[in-house]
Design a binder for this molecule. Structure first.
Ligand SMILES: C[S@@+](CC[C@H](N)C(=O)[O-])C[C@H]1O[C@@H](n2cnc3c(N)ncnc32)[C@H](O)[C@@H]1O
Length: 260
């Protein structure tokens, strides 16, 4: 049996020590910052906020904090949540001397905070979650001013699953012959969903009718820096004709800025 919660597979993160090491090295500044972390720093810096709080949903080991500290020239506190113990324990170890941060174990579907944060961010996470209305409701519940998502957005939605097998992904026990069950469903997988602008807007408006929503295409990246061949990920990014491509998927990344 493959361990799952909210229809997400544990195989993707629970034992993926390679991904964990990558994130630890990035959080410690031993690897280059991600282009998306730089973009978030720019967007947050431009908000008319001072002395504010940030909640990072799906924070991995808190590598965004490394970039924010360096690039956001304002006073802020940073909180991170992630569902995987290995990510959160590593984050706590890395940042244990920093009083400005706090990390908690938690899912976007059930955020372990009662208080609100001025800025809530969620980067490269919603695409991996098959049902996004509950996470959006949760994130808006804890948002005081801005919720800023970074996720693939298009005029149509696509349901996409990358199917894992043990031949090329050593953290799953599913052999190639068993990739699909008898009903044709993948055994171990990672979603890479694309959501339509209309669906995203209607979900947000239903939860929070007064909110303002803005879609900004992610053109912030530097092509050379984003194509770091040394970094081994499930689907590393390449740029083809100006579009970000992960393995064979074109990912139309956008920042979705929701103002409450
Ligand atoms: C692709 S990584 C993105 C990490 C970071 N936000 C970034 O943009 O570099 C996805 C992260 O989301 C976390 N994650 C996966 N499912 C989640 C969920 N349901 N709620 C919160 N975080 C989740 C994973 O553990 C992982 O750290």
């Amino acid at each position: 049996m493959i361990k799952k919660k909210y229809n997400q597979c544990f195989d993707v993160c629970e034992r993926n020590s390679q991904y964990l090491k990558l994130s630890i090295d990035r959080s410690k500044g031993k690897l280059p910052e991600m282009e998306v972390a730089k973009a978030y720093s720019k967007i947050i810096s431009q908000l008319k906020l001072k002395n504010f709080s940030i909640l990072d949903v799906g924070c991995l080991t808190g590598h965004f904090y490394f970039s924010f500290k360096k690039r956001i020239n304002k006073k802020f506190t940073y909180f991170g949540i992630d569902p995987w113990k290995n990510h959160i324990n590593a984050a706590k170890r890395i940042w244990n001397k920093d009083n400005n941060v706090d990390f908690k174990l938690g899912w976007a579907q059930k955020i372990p905070h009662k208080k609100k944060f001025d800025v809530v961010i969620c980067s490269n996470v919603l695409t991996h979650i098959p049902e996004i209305t509950v996470p959006l409701k949760e994130m808006l519940r804890v948002t005081n001013k801005y919720l800023i998502l970074r996720t693939p957005i298009h005029d149509k939605s696509y349901r996409i699953q990358m199917v894992l097998n043990s031949k090329w992904f050593k953290y799953t026990n599913v052999p190639p012959a068993k990739e699909f069950d008898k009903k044709g469903n993948p055994m171990a997988y990672e979603y890479f969903d694309v959501h339509s602008r209309d669906f995203m807007s209607s979900v947000v408006k239903k939860i929070n009718p007064k909110s303002k929503i803005k879609f900004i295409k992610d053109n912030f990246f530097n092509k050379k820096l984003i194509m770091n061949k040394k970094e081994k990920k499930l689907a590393s990014t390449r740029v083809i004709n100006g579009m970000q491509v992960a393995d064979l998927l074109i990912l139309p990344h956008h920042f979705v800025i929701i103002k409450k």
